[in-house]
Design a protein around this ligand. Structure first.
Ligand code: DNO
Length: 399
């Protein structure tokens, strides 16, 4: 298991030096400033590689860019409208440049309109730490009373609508603005930062686009880019929906084992793989993460290891981001399943037998609470998560 760490680039408040002290082996990043649909140039990629390879004092860091997260897929490609063919050409060209730079793993997602979604960025847990949370009632209140989506009432049962109305009435303007901002302006790494009108415009374009159609568009996308990736030796890996259920009436098609099994089978190639995110998928009670790791094992090219505590029982529900070894996912069993897959790959002689993972997200603890960091990506909370995961890996792989 290769210990990687997400870095948002030179503006990230966590430095390359910090990562070295955390014991990180490789870096996950993206050219977040390049607009979705445009080509990632060789020069821009090389510049980011240079930044990663350099410590604050200018000496070599010994680290390199090992995983792209994400090479974003445009709304045009997801909807098959407008410039989507040109965006496919740009995607393939970016893959050429990424491969030429020696990077083999490329993560993307296929969530329409919204990337990952939370209603709270600093939910306080009993220890005094804060974390990210998705509250289903707050989200319904946003949908019904801030966005005022016409079809929203039909999307929630009556008790949920009533609870959301009471919740909304109890929010002051500041909380209403904060909630809307958390949902629409985009969390770290999201491809787009949107206004409320942008969201409404995108929603209108999905009118009548069913889950079956979106799944077909995903498979069309893969049919177009996987052959290029395969030739280049690049492994694409799709990140799951977060949360793993439909929001705002939009279809979501990468939420379960069945979803993944379908997509992996539709375009069979080592270049068509999975980003297994235990935190995203773990928000659904019917997703058994260690079992998913075993079932999808040969196709898993990248792992996000984090945990959530579910706070309701349904498929659509509330959850908060727990400590890496707490929460509802059995992380020790998950790591054991990863190690078993790696042993299997070594037996097969696969060159990619060490799967990159990153300690995904972290609670804000100690200094994180007073240091502004990217929401979900604090230094100390992630370092603690990495240390705990490293402990599990060391114990499970000890002779
Ligand atoms: C959140 C992240 C997501 C992820 C993209 C992958 O923390 O896991 O933003 O990077 O969905 O395409």
């Amino acid at each position: 298991m290769r210990q990687t760490w997400r870095w948002f680039g030179p503006h990230d408040l966590v430095s390359i030096d910090d990562m070295l002290q955390a014991g990180v082996e490789g870096v996950v990043t993206a050219l977040h400033h390049v607009p979705t649909g445009a080509v990632w140039s060789r020069e821009e990629i090389a510049e980011r590689q240079r930044q990663i390879a350099t410590r604050v004092d200018g000496s070599p860091s010994g680290l390199s860019w090992e995983v792209v997260e994400s090479l974003p897929v445009s709304e045009a490609i997801k909807q098959q409208t407008g410039d989507w063919r040109a965006h496919l050409d740009a995607y393939r060209e970016s893959l050429h440049h990424i491969a030429a730079a020696g990077i083999e793993v490329v993560c993307y997602n296929f969530m329409p309109v919204l990337d990952w979604t939370r209603t709270d960025l600093a939910y306080r847990v009993p220890s005094g730490a804060t974390c990210m949370r998705f509250d289903f009632i707050d989200f319904a209140a946003f949908d019904l009373f801030v966005l005022e989506r016409v079809d929203a009432p039909a999307d929630y049962d009556e008790p949920t609508r009533e609870e959301a109305a009471v919740r909304f009435a109890g929010m002051d303007d500041a909380r209403r603005d904060q909630l809307a901002g958390n949902v629409v302006t985009g969390l770290p790494g999201a491809a787009e930062s949107m206004s409320m009108d942008d969201v409404r415009g995108h929603l209108a374009q999905y009118d009548g686009l069913s889950a079956e159609m979106l799944r077909k568009h995903l498979i069309d996308f893969l049919s177009e880019v996987v052959p290029t990736a395969e030739t280049l030796g690049v492994r694409l890996c799709c990140h799951p929906d977060d949360p793993p259920f439909p929001l705002l009436g939009l279809p979501r098609v990468m939420s379960t084992l069945l979803d993944y099994a379908h997509v992996v089978k539709a375009v069979p190639s080592p270049a068509n793989g999975v980003t297994l995110c235990s935190g995203s998928l773990g928000a659904r009670p019917d997703n058994d993460l260690p079992a998913m790791m075993t079932a999808l094992g040969p196709h898993v090219h990248f792992l996000h290891l984090r945990n959530v505590t579910r706070q309701s029982h349904g498929i659509r529900g509330s959850f908060y981001e727990a400590e890496h070894l707490a929460g509802d996912t059995d992380m020790v069993a998950g790591v054991a399943a990863v190690l078993a897959e790696e042993a299997r790959r070594r037996g097969e002689g696969r060159a990619d037998h060490s799967i990159p993972f990153r300690p995904d997200h972290g609670q804000d603890i100690v200094d994180d609470l007073t240091r502004a960091a990217q929401p979900g990506y604090p230094l100390v909370g992630r370092l603690k998560g990495l240390a705990e995961l490293r402990g599990v890996m060391a114990a499970l792989s000890h002779a």
